[in-house]
Write a protein that binds this ligand. Structure first.
Ligand code: DWN
Ligand code: SAH
Ligand code: ZN
Length: 406
């Protein structure tokens, strides 16, 4: 099925389809099975503006509401990452009198809390009411709305221009990026900068991390697609920096056109993207082939374990796991349950395939032979705390960058 680019309206063709998918963070109870919502998950590449994107985005109110399942502060590693992010913004961009910081998609305040604690003027924009409330309870100024150009005007009227706009793992979630880019330009005035980070297309392709593809991730950014999108709104990409979190992210720095020098890092990363062929159809065809191989191999490993009477438990009920379990058809027959530390996910079933999510204690109380690491992006943190599991002979099944049993 052909569709049109969400950024530039050119025609695009999908290069990879996953079939029918439920909402990635739509953990549900048994009584809700009958009414579960499904859509067709597929990604395409726009030849015209080089944006990789979902061909059929899901309505945002289905994804972000007063019962959003992801609480950012759940991982120690991410808490440390955002503390460092806040520190670097403060020292580089806030050395002025009475600075003002705005964060888009501030969730439970994992990053903004550092500005609040330092008594720096700050404002979080977070449409999911339950996670926003956690931030508010922590004393972090938060508005429960979707960010757009109108809201940016309101913020300028009330608080003045922002010295820094920050956004982590949220820009790629917003289908209408034009109103967001426009809002950022309005909110920044002439002096400010914006910094945002998201999973990087180059890393997703390199690691065959196809599970980053799900409803909330509408876009898979590269340097060229980001540059092009924001330049239409008077914002220039002045710096980029790779980040190791979430399996390989990119942090982009934007400033009003001509306001600040462009670093070499931008030019170098662009050169790398050209060499990799990040804008060539063959690159995406190769990715599709690698994804299909990965799916077949993982399915085989799990079916083999089941045949041999081995227990397999999923580790981390991630959004990403919804793509994997549904695409590879991993039913409760193959995965006994998924262990997760988020109270709101526990006792519910995973979207689509309906594997039960249980508290971490259920994993620790009766170790299975295999743990399927859905939270592979937190592998270091998790392996460090699960030495006892491996010491007792437990094995990890991993599927990024390749299906392996270790
Ligand atoms: O982009 C997004 C990122 C920032 O977060 C959102 N669209 C949604 C979400 O994606 P995710 O669900 O794939 O994120 P994580 O961080 O990979 O999720 C980790 C999950 O694993 C959480 O449910 C918590 C759980 N967990 C656990 O049970 N034990 C995590 C750790 C570190 C643990 O030790
Ligand atoms: N920044 C956090 C949260 C990422 S999850 C982190 O990196 O851990 C994505 C968050 O963006 C969710 O909390 C969601 O409610 C929020 N969000 C989605 N669309 C948004 C929009 N248009 N404006 C502001 N926030 C949005
Ligand atoms: Zn386009």
């Amino acid at each position: 099925m052909n569709s049109t680019c969400l950024v530039c309206s050119a025609a695009i063709e999908p290069f990879l389809s996953f079939g029918r998918m439920p909402v990635a963070n739509g953990f549900l109870s048994e009584s809700e099975f009958a009414d579960e919502f499904f859509y067709d998950l597929a990604v395409g590449f726009c030849d015209h503006c080089s944006m990789v994107q979902l061909t059929q985005p899901v309505e945002r109110e289905r994804l972000f509401h007063d019962n959003y399942a992801y609480f950012s502060s759940i991982s120690t590693r991410m808490a440390a990452h955002f503390e460092e992010f806040a520190r670097s913004v403060t020292s580089q961009y806030l050395a002025t009198s009475d600075p003002f910081v705005v964060e888009i998609g501030s969730n439970d305040g994992i990053m903004l809390r550092h500005f609040a604690e330092a008594q720096i003027r700050h404002l979080g924009i977070e449409p999911s009411a339950n996670v926003a409330q956690v931030a508010i309870d922590r004393g972090i100024n938060t508005i429960c709305k979707f960010f757009d150009a109108d809201l940016a005007r309101e913020i300028v009227n009330r608080h003045g221009h922002a010295n820094a706009i920050l956004a982590a793992n949220v820009m790629c979630h917003i289908a209408d990026l034009h109103t967001v880019a426009e809002g950022m330009r309005i909110l920044l005035g002439r002096q400010g900068i914006a910094q945002f980070e998201d999973p990087y297309l180059g890393s997703i392709l390199e690691k065959t991390a196809y599970d980053q593809i799900y409803d909330e991730h509408v876009y898979y950014f590269s340097i060229s697609s980001v540059q092009r999108l924001f330049s239409d709104h008077g914002l220039e990409l002045i710096d980029v920096a790779s980040q190791s979190v979430h399996g390989g992210s990119m942090r982009y720095t934007l400033a009003p056109q001509g306001a600040r020098p462009v670093t070499n890092a931008v030019v170098e990363q662009q050169r790398r993207e050209a060499a990799w062929g990040l804008a060539r159809a063959e690159t995406f065809d190769k990715f599709r082939a690698a994804v299909e191989r990965s799916r077949d191999r993982l399915s085989e490993v799990l079916r083999e374990a089941h045949k041999n009477g081995k227990r397999v438990v999923g580790y981390g009920a991630t959004s990403k796991s919804t793509t994997v379990t549904n695409y590879c058809d991993l039913s409760p027959q193959l995965i006994e349950f998924i262990s997760d530390t988020t109270p709101g996910k526990q006792g519910k079933y995973s979207p689509g395939v309906h594997v039960l999510v249980r508290p971490y204690e259920a994993f620790a109380a009766n170790y299975p032979e295999y743990a399927l690491l859905f939270a592979w992006n937190h592998a270091e943190e998790i392996m460090a705390k699960e030495r006892d599991f491996t010491a007792r002979g437990g094995k990890w099944i991993m599927y990024v960058p390749e299906v392996t049993v270790v």
